[in-house]
Design a protein around this ligand. Structure first.
Ligand SMILES: Cc1cc2nc3c(=O)[nH]c(=O)nc-3n(C[C@H](O)[C@H](O)[C@H](O)COP(=O)(O)OP(=O)(O)OC[C@H]3O[C@@H](n4cnc5c(N)ncnc54)[C@H](O)[C@@H]3O)c2cc1C
Length: 433
């Protein structure tokens, strides 16, 4: 039997960040993952887009703050990973104005409230900035079998908002390895190829975890950061009874297609969020365009068992590529599908759970809903603060912990992410959060 102050389940970008910050707060911490290395779970398939626009003030404030962590990544880590520290390409993000997003008026109001800079662009200015983009409108997004799929509705997208503080991280899996290195330097132990198979609770207090059905690890703090497996771990711990918000795994495909040869999208492009076509785009290495879905209503959602789902591309890959081709002039669709098939861990309102549970010592950072990669370094700090305060006797349910977003000067009430919250009606109910 080994003893730790805290055990973190999962070594994705949020698990490694949580373990790192627990160690920095003085906890003797073990981080376990059933896969062979850090970031091999859903983090490896992340599009790793960093952008400040969410549909709530709290979500936007947290996301805007995250820009400063990625901008100062080396400083956050405090070391150079021998595999190299990831690069944050802060190329900015352009969001199309549509009727569905209220021509971004609610977003602009939130940006003004949190002091996040932005620039409103006319249709012509968008085209000057991104000459490969045409501004024909296709809304509402349609399935490929629809007779009007690929045909413009005859109008033009009215403009866009450009957010200079945003972009993407080149290699999400490496970013988790970076944090693993920082965590190890702070004293965290990692065990890979090691599954948590049982959880022991005595008198409503976490006492131990069982690894690979054979080894008992004694601990009084256990953190569920198991990504798309979070609901399985919550069931294992028996903590779901008082949860109003649940999590489940949603399969998602991402397409990588070549940019038109005449345009260097990799170096001159930026993130484009476009609910007129129901997709988002970002530069990808090799002058490719990465195309992800914004979950338009016409698309079916594929809820799956995280241990048994199809990792092959489906016809949805073609749909994504064809939607991108509506927006990108002269884009060719290759015969062979390239990209990613991975899982989101989704809550009812697409807002994550960063919280305790009714079992003492059991915490969760899950339900990241395809949109929390960017917030991982802060999620680690928030979880460490929440855990320290609860372990010192605070009742976070009745007296929520607050976290100061130091770069933007915002006081974040962590009750916003409660497992017991009502479904947030302000959410986009999509990956946009
Ligand atoms: C296709 C895709 C695109 C995305 N794009 C973006 C984006 O552009 N921007 C953004 O901000 N976010 C994005 N996200 C979301 C973001 O990537 C995730 O929120 C984030 O990576 C989750 O990290 P995690 O550490 O919580 O989970 P994971 O990386 O999934 O890690 C969980 C780990 O837990 C381990 N585990 C599970 N069960 C057990 C067990 N019983 N014992 C031991 N280990 C266990 C798994 O092996 C896994 O490694 C995207 C996600 C996907 C899938």
């Amino acid at each position: 039997m080994s003893n730790y102050d805290a055990v973190v389940i999962g070594a994705g970008i949020i698990g490694t960040s949580t373990a790192y910050q627990l160690a920095m707060s003085g906890y003797k911490t073990l981080c376990v993952d059933k896969l062979p290395a850090a970031g091999y779970g859903s983090t490896s398939g992340s599009c790793a887009i960093i952008r400040p626009y969410y549909s709530t003030v709290e979500g936007s404030a947290l996301a805007y703050e995250s820009h400063f962590y990625w901008k100062n990544w080396d400083q956050y880590l405090g070391l150079e990973d021998e595999k190299g520290n990831v690069i944050y390409h802060d190329c900015g993000c352009l969001v199309m104005k549509t009727e569905e997003n209220g021509h971004l008026k609610p977003t602009i109001k939130i940006m003004d409230e949190i002091g996040c800079p932005y620039e409103e662009l006319t249709t012509d200015q968008v085209q000057e900035r991104l000459p490969l983009i045409n501004m024909k409108s296709y809304t509402p997004a349609k399935p490929p079998e629809h007779p009007d799929f690929g045909t413009s509705n005859g109008s033009t997208v009215t403009g866009a908002v450009f957010f200079p503080h945003g972009g993407y991280v080149s290699d999400p899996q490496l970013s988790a390895h970076n944090v693993q290195c920082a965590a190890e330097a702070a004293g965290v132990e990692f065990r890979f190829n090691t599954a948590v198979t049982d959880i022991q609770i005595t008198s409503n207090q976490i006492t131990a975890v069982i690894l690979n059905a054979e080894q008992i690890i004694s601990t009084s703090v256990l953190v569920n950061v198991a990504g798309p497996h979070s609901s399985i771990i919550n069931e294992m711990a028996g903590v779901t009874a008082d949860m109003k918000i649940s999590t489940r795994a949603l399969r998602h495909e991402v397409a990588h297609v070549p940019a038109p040869k005449a345009y260097d999208f990799e170096h001159d492009g930026c993130v484009v969020s476009d609910n007129d076509i129901g997709a988002y785009l970002r530069p990808e290495i090799g002058n490719h365009i990465l195309v992800g879905s914004e979950d338009p209503d016409c698309d079916n959602k594929e809820w799956v068992d995280p241990d048994d789902f199809d990792r092959n591309f489906s016809s949805h890959w073609n749909t994504l590529a064809m939607r991108a081709a509506q927006r990108v002039t002269d884009m060719e669709i290759p015969g062979q599908a390239k990209g990613v098939v991975e899982l989101y861990d989704v809550t009812e309102d697409w807002i994550p759970i960063y919280d305790k549970s009714f079992v003492k010592g059991f915490y969760m950072a899950c339900g990241t809903s395809g949109n929390q990669y960017k917030n991982a370094p802060i999620a680690g700090e928030m979880m460490a603060k929440l855990i320290s305060e609860c372990e010192n006797g605070r009742d976070h349910d009745s007296n929520p912990v607050h976290f100061r977003l130091k770069h933007i000067g915002f006081d974040l009430n962590l009750g916003f992410f409660s497992r017991n919250r009502e479904i947030n009606p302000d959410s986009s109910f999509s990956v946009l959060g």
